[in-house]
Design a protein around this ligand. Structure first.
Ligand SMILES: [Zn+2]
Length: 272
């Protein structure tokens, strides 16, 4: 990005960011400034971050992911989702019911509803040791009308969607919606554009945690196997603030380092 564009963007973004953070400071402890990405999470001590044994993100080893026809995920993404993008100091985030999913495993189905989605640049999860340029997380909670069963301990479901830069790739339609908007401005996106391969995408699933403090081990993770492409210019929107911003976490980006598997198995679902 050239210096002139960077200065213009900084002038637009900084006042927005400041106002938003003041307004939201009491909304959630996760939005406070008592943690950062300077050491990519290695120094986090709150909650389960340092002591947990089922932490996220992880490196997915694709050859170890058992193919399962009984682990199914049906995803219904909001085709006209209006929200503003919020810079919470750790990520760009959009709040609201972005999607619904129905997870079926071992014969029982659990519905989840999204509360927000946000971005990490570069990716948090890696596949076979490869880190990608961008990862979208759609964070869901168990639907309010779902009757809990005693054995259900994980109340969250997060879908992770990976992007990689490709010089020859056409503009990604979902990311296009962001380019002409700054944080604080409401705009509409079609999240269905994140599922170019239909509503039953293959995914890697494993039991894990929030990737930010307090790192609660309450998350069913669903990382989509299909990696999407975007041209380098579309990464700039996110890289400017996170992965290529030398004043943010020393240029490390807003990703936690991968965590040990500790014997967990990864399943490859929707494996028809
Ligand atoms: Zn995340």
């Amino acid at each position: 990005m050239n210096v002139k564009i960077a200065l213009i963007l900084a002038a637009v973004l900084l006042p927005c960011t400041f106002a938003i953070r003041i307004a939201r400071v009491s909304k959630s402890a996760m939005l406070s400034d008592d943690w950062d990405y300077d050491e990519q999470g290695e120094d986090w001590s709150s909650g389960s971050c340092a002591t947990g044994v089922q932490q996220s993100p992880i490196n997915i080893i694709s050859s170890n992911a058992r193919c399962s026809n009984s682990d199914l995920l049906q995803v219904t993404l909001n085709t006209s989702f209006a929200s503003e993008i919020i810079n919470n100091g750790h990520s760009y985030e959009c709040e609201g019911e972005a999607s619904k999913i129905l997870w079926t495993s071992s014969g029982s189905s659990i519905p989840f509803e999204a509360a927000q989605y946000h971005f990490h640049a570069p990716s948090e999860h890696t596949i076979d040791g490869r880190r990608y340029d961008l990862e979208v997380h759609i964070v869901h909670s168990v639907s309010s009308d779902y009757q809990y069963v005693d054995t259900l301990t994980r109340s969250l479901a997060v879908i992770g969607i990976l992007f990689e830069v490709d010089e020859r790739a056409p503009a990604h339609p979902f990311l296009l919606a962001f380019e002409s908007h700054t944080p604080g401005e409401e705009f509409e996106v079609n999240l269905q554009q994140l599922l170019p391969i239909g509503d039953r995408p293959q995914f890697y699933s494993y039991p894990g945690s929030l990737t930010t403090p307090p790192c609660n081990e309450t998350v069913n993770w669903f990382l989509l196997a299909n990696v999407q492409k975007m041209p380098p210019t579309q990464l700039d929107y996110f890289a400017f603030t996170w992965s290529e911003n030398s004043t943010f976490a020393g240029g490390n980006g807003n990703n936690r380092e991968v965590q040990p598997l500790n014997g967990r198995t990864t399943i490859r679902g929707n494996c028809f």
